[in-house]
Design a protein. Structure first.
Length: 88
């Protein structure tokens, strides 16, 4: 009696279809900022990330972050404020 279970893995195209992951360095280039600042965004909870070997940010998470960032000041990611329009 053969108790072998055959599990066929999906094709790679199906697994990765529509999934885009960025490294912290890639996000820092996209945002034109430092990787240390991206780490602060992640640590503050402002930018969701997951650790798969190293920290990765989903493309959708980055898009959501940018869509919700309008009108906010992220100078200090741990103390996000409303963007001031006054020039000092």
């Amino acid at each position: 009696m053969d108790n072998t279970i055959n599990i066929k893995a999906p094709e790679q195209e199906q697994i990765s279809e529509g999934i885009k992951l960025y490294s912290v360095i890639e996000v820092s280039h996209i945002l034109h900022t430092s990787k240390d600042y991206v780490y602060k965004l992640i640590l503050s909870g402002a930018l969701p990330a997951t650790k798969i070997g190293s920290l990765k940010i989903r493309h959708n998470a980055l898009e959501d972050f940018l869509a919700n960032a309008d009108g906010k000041d992220y100078s200090d990611p741990f103390k996000i404020t409303v963007l001031s329009t006054t020039i000092s």
